[in-house]
Design a protein around this ligand. Structure first.
Ligand SMILES: Cc1cc2nc3c(=O)[nH]c(=O)nc-3n(C[C@H](O)[C@H](O)[C@H](O)COP(=O)(O)OP(=O)(O)OC[C@H]3O[C@@H](n4cnc5c(N)ncnc54)[C@H](O)[C@@H]3O)c2cc1C
Ligand code: FES
Length: 369
């Protein structure tokens, strides 16, 4: 029996982090804790916009499981963005908010006995999941070291500024932040660099850090696509194995579709090859014990077609990033417009994201949940 992923939470506090960023602190009305892992995100379901359905957006938790029963998300204003502006301008302490329970696999599993070196690379709002990860590791792994390389325009745009300073003091010798400012107000300070957070900058910072031997450290990155591509290039130059690098994307990249997966026995085929012809087809969706037949038009995703039939499938980002809508293709062939959210091994096992999925054959069966 699956439990409902939906929760109604109270906004219990707000922290204004910068001029254009707020942390929203949420709790269940009965103050019972909600299971989460550091690095996961919450889906906010927000009644704004002109569509018939409320908007859903993913926001990484900046709080850790140790802060239960509180869950906190940190929202940065995106110019022209619907939900971020609505939240920054309207959210108030005392109001209720509908959310989907925490999910996502950009997580760290804390282990008190371990001694590891963690390098976190973030820019702008990308620091949010990194904050949950670093607080957890510092608190629960007394022998681990954490370095945060954090890019921003200037000192004024640093989210969690005072919290980071306090953590650096509390965990002196185990935690260090290196700030990178593209337009610093006060250039030349300690532990700050001027310029863009690109591969040259990262190499400059990491090569000085003997506590963090490149090949043995673990790397978590979250920020704009360009920054993450630069960071990956720097880590490749340092010889860091790919399995030590984890990344989270907030925005779909224009060119992330690659031909994806093949077809071992027992499941369907998932592809993101642009040559596939997409036509109207019926898909069978198995969800919570019911089989639904859904006719998907060429200009629709499988998720959109299901929602039009009022089938209450789980979803969040609708951009192929967050995996809230993940299902398994049991037969047939599915095209994905975006594959960022799925690992190579998930694709090989036939997992699909229905928010960016289109059926390519008439025998597609997808099991959700
Ligand atoms: C797994 C996940 C975790 C996320 N965590 C956070 C978080 O912790 N804090 C946070 O502020 N946001 C986070 N986001 C982004 C968030 O979900 C929204 O996309 C963002 O708030 C913009 O929504 P909007 O409705 O304001 O803009 P929309 O109206 O949806 O979009 C307006 C335009 O802005 C672009 N855009 C969307 N996000 C960004 C961005 N971050 N920077 C620049 N352009 C953007 C869109 O591609 C679009 O072109 C996360 C996204 C994902 C998938
Ligand atoms: S809803 Fe986020 S990946 Fe589909």
């Amino acid at each position: 029996m699956s439990t409902s992923p939906y929760l109604t939470l109270n906004v219990v506090d707000l922290t204004h982090e910068t001029d254009d960023c707020v942390t929203i602190h949420l709790e269940r009305p009965d103050r019972q804790p909600i299971a989460s892992q550091p690095g996961q995100f919450l889906t906010l379901i927000v009644p704004c916009g002109s569509g018939s359905r409320p908007e859903r957006r993913s926001y990484s938790l900046s709080s850790t499981p140790h802060e239960a029963p509180r869950l906190s998300v940190t929202v940065k204003r995106v110019p022209g963005g619907l939900v971020s502006n609505y939240l920054l301008d309207n959210v108030q302490v005392g109001q209720q908010m509908e959310v989907m329970a925490p999910m996502g696999n950009f997580t760290v599993q804390p282990n008190p006995g371990t001694a590891r070196s963690l390098v976190l690379i973030g820019a702008g709002s990308g620091v949010t999941p990194l904050m949950a990860i670093l607080k957890t590791v510092l608190q629960t792994e007394p022998q681990s070291h954490v370095l945060l390389v954090y890019g921003n325009r200037s000192e004024d745009s640093v989210i969690f500024k005072s919290q980071l300073e306090a953590l650096e003091q509390q965990y002196a010798g185990r935690f260090q932040v290196e700030h990178v400012y593209s337009q610093p107000k006060n250039p030349g300070g300690a532990h700050q660099f001027k310029g863009r957070l690109n591969r040259t900058m990262l190499l400059r910072i990491l090569e000085q850090r003997h506590q963090f031997p490149a090949e043995q450290a673990e790397y978590y990155m979250c920020g704009p696509e360009g920054m993450m591509a630069e960071a990956r290039a720097a880590l490749e130059l340092l010889g860091v194995p790919a399995n030590r690098i984890r990344r989270e994307s907030f925005v779909a990249s224009a060119d992330s579709a690659e031909t994806a997966a093949n077809q071992p026995d027992g499941h369907g085929t998932v592809t993101s090859d642009d040559n596939d012809a997409i036509t109207a087809r019926t898909v069978t969706i198995q969800y919570e014990g019911t089989d639904y037949e859904v006719e998907v038009q060429p200009n629709q995703t499988i998720l959109e077609a299901a929602l039009d039939l009022d089938i209450d499938l789980p979803y969040s980002c609708q951009a192929g990033l967050c995996t809230a809508c993940r299902g398994k293709c049991l037969s047939g062939k599915v095209h994905l417009d975006e594959r960022e959210g799925l690992s190579d091994s998930e694709l090989k096992q036939g997992y699909v994201l229905v928010c960016v999925g289109h059926p390519l054959t008439s025998d597609v069966v997808i099991e959700i949940g």
